[in-house]
Design a binder for this molecule. Structure first.
Ligand SMILES: [Zn+2]
Length: 317
């Protein structure tokens, strides 16, 4: 396998690392070992050797299959988002009542009547489904042909391929969503620059990513499920990501912590790789872990973070 060497942190450009470790594909068990580093500048994690052609590590039909698995959860999310948005449009108190909850549903921008949204790395279109049900014009892009086929079947505008400048009109979107996509790209600043160009002035970027400073990484280290080498080229810290966003021309509005991957991390730690049916996925283990995750989110130690940022209308910082 051919690899490209990475000399600097892709987020902040720092050359030195506070530590390195060897990481491998624990999800699919595909061959190869990679060197991961913790940036001494911004505390993000990144791979120091990246496969030149990472396609083999994204087996078609496997990577996205989990997103639509919990239909009860999806229905609940649709209700929360629907009520939140309807309140915002002036039909009730639900906007205010649901305000603390809506940021817990990852990847949902603030309400814009008749808004246009682009989900970069949309997978099978879970976020687009939620937005369409609330009246947004929905666009998605993903490198998986089967994911985009499904997205189009559900009535969204879908483009298959890498996010490139020529694909969408500049200044067209009210919201760009990057939910679990930036950790997959080799050039995060370039990727944010593309999002900036596609947003209207004042448009909102919603970015969700694994948290390099989570308690999960501190406890499980290379077995932490979101190391996910070599698919995760970088796992940002909030500090590294907010600095990069400001440099790209965004104002950071909010940071919230969401999510948990501890069942899978425990499975990786004990069994070495993903083991379907493992003891750690049983409800009596998973449910208390999810409750613990909620507490960690409040303490800013959760496995994921979500940042909402606004495209600045002028170049003033
Ligand atoms: Zn860094």
């Amino acid at each position: 396998m051919e690899k490209t060497a990475v000399e600097r942190c892709p987020l902040c450009g720092e050359k030195s690392a506070s530590g390195t470790f060897r990481a491998c594909d624990r999800l699919h068990g595909l061959p190869g070992a990679f060197t991961a580093a913790k940036c001494s500048g911004c505390s993000s994690l990144y791979l120091k050797d990246v496969p030149r052609d990472p396609g083999a590590y994204y087996p078609e039909g496997k990577y996205y299959s989990t997103y639509d698995s919990n239909t009860h959860e999806l229905r609940t999310k649709k209700k929360i988002i629907g009520l939140y948005y309807s309140g915002r449009s002036g039909r009730g108190l639900s906007y205010y009542l649901l305000y603390p909850l809506k940021d817990r549903v990852q990847g949902i921008p603030d309400f814009v009547p008749g808004g246009r949204a682009l989900d970069v790395g949309c997978g099978s279109g879970l976020i687009l489904d939620l937005l369409k049900s609330a009246g947004w014009e929905t666009h998605g892009i993903d490198t998986s042909a089967s994911a985009i086929e499904l997205v189009r079947k559900k009535g969204h505008n879908g483009v298959c391929g890498e996010f490139r400048d020529e694909l969408f009109r500049p200044g067209y979107f009210d919201a760009v969503i990057m939910s679990h996509s930036i950790e997959h790209v080799k050039d995060p600043p370039g990727y944010l620059g593309l999002a900036f160009g596609k947003l209207k002035p004042g448009g909102q970027l919603v970015l969700v990513a694994p948290n390099a400073c989570s308690l999960g990484f501190r406890l499980f280290g290379k077995a932490w499920t979101h190391v996910d080498a070599p698919r995760h080229v970088c796992v940002p810290s909030v500090r590294g990501m907010t600095a990069m966003l400001r440099k790209a021309g965004f104002s950071v509005e909010s940071v919230v912590y969401t999510g948990c991957g501890w069942s899978q991390s425990l499975d990786y730690l004990v069994n070495g790789s993903h083991t379907p049916g493992s003891f750690f996925y049983r409800p009596f283990i998973k449910t208390p872990l999810e409750a613990l995750a909620q507490a960690l989110n409040v303490l800013k130690l959760g496995d994921f973070f979500q940042i909402k940022a606004r495209k600045r209308e002028t170049n003033a910082p």
